[in-house]
Design a protein around this ligand. Structure first.
Ligand code: HEC
Ligand code: HEC
Length: 202
């Protein structure tokens, strides 16, 4: 039916229908961008990964690594050692190979503790708050002088980071848990946070 041949009543009804359709579209678009904001640009999803045991067990402020979901001190009194590679006679790579072993020893190339200045704990065994963690991550004197580009690169390609999403089985033969966000979504969250100005929560 053409516009010309319509009665006023039919014209009004068509306009109303179009208006409603447009409103639905606008509401959907607004909701879409709102959820995009809340999931893509805050530091929260990034923090949730950083404080997960797979990452935090190496980013400790103690002179020893930690293990498992309960983050207990490493077996056999393994110590950090002078260069984060373990003490003489108990170097990390005497047990940790370049890949996970069937006997429960996790592995990735150059397995070692994160240096003390890269610790993400506020006290032994306790993770930094989201705000403090965020500032620590951005602090060049604590992050190995990495700018945001280099941090993104590290998170995308470093084998010790990638290990967290393929952590193998523990000594009891149970699959270790992976971080709470998938790797690809984690990288996406980092990109979104960065694009929105890399702001830290208070
Ligand atoms: C086996 C130990 C180990 C594990 C597991 C590990 N890291 Fe690290 N991490 C290191 C070491 C060692 C460095 C220092 C590397 C350097 O500066 O070249 C480091 C450095 C970093 C840095 C750069 C410095 C900083 O503090 O900003 C980031 C970011 C990082 N790790 C993220 C992660 C994330 C995310 C995970 C978990 C998904 C993780 N790491 C798991 C050992 C580990
Ligand atoms: C004597 C052998 C040995 C040495 C030396 C050793 N480790 Fe381990 N490590 C193990 C074993 C075995 C496990 C598995 C324990 C388990 O899953 O219950 C383990 C697990 C870990 C984990 C736990 C991963 C997780 O998230 O649960 C980390 C982190 C770790 N080692 C870091 C280190 C670092 C860093 C060094 C050197 C400073 C080191 N280890 C030296 C044998 C060793």
């Amino acid at each position: 039916m053409t516009w010309r041949s319509m009665t006023w009543r039919q014209r009004t009804s068509r306009l109303v229908t179009r208006c409603l359709r447009l409103r639905r579209l606008l509401v959907a678009a607004a909701l879409g961008s709102l959820t995009a904001c809340s999931t893509d640009s805050t530091f929260s999803p990034i923090a949730r990964v950083l404080v997960s045991p797979r990452c935090l067990n190496c980013h400790t402020m103690t002179y020893f690594p930690r293990q498992g979901e309960d983050r207990h001190p490493h077996l056999f009194l393994v110590a950090r050692g002078p260069e984060d590679h373990g003490a003489v006679g108990k170097r990390c790579n005497e047990c940790h190979q370049t890949q996970n072993q069937g006997n429960g020893v996790p592995g990735a190339p150059n397995w070692r503790l994160a240096p003390l200045q890269m610790a993400w704990e506020s006290e032994p065994g306790k993770a930094l708050s989201e705000g403090a963690l965020c500032r620590r991550l951005l602090d060049l004197s604590h992050n190995g002088h990495r700018n945001l580009e280099q941090l993104a690169e590290h998170l995308a390609t470093e084998r010790l980071v990638l290990w967290a999403w393929a952590p193998g089985r523990n000594l009891d033969g149970e699959q270790r848990a992976t971080p709470p966000v998938e790797h690809e979504q984690f990288l996406q969250a980092f990109r979104g946070w960065r694009a929105a100005g890399a702001r830290c929560p208070p």
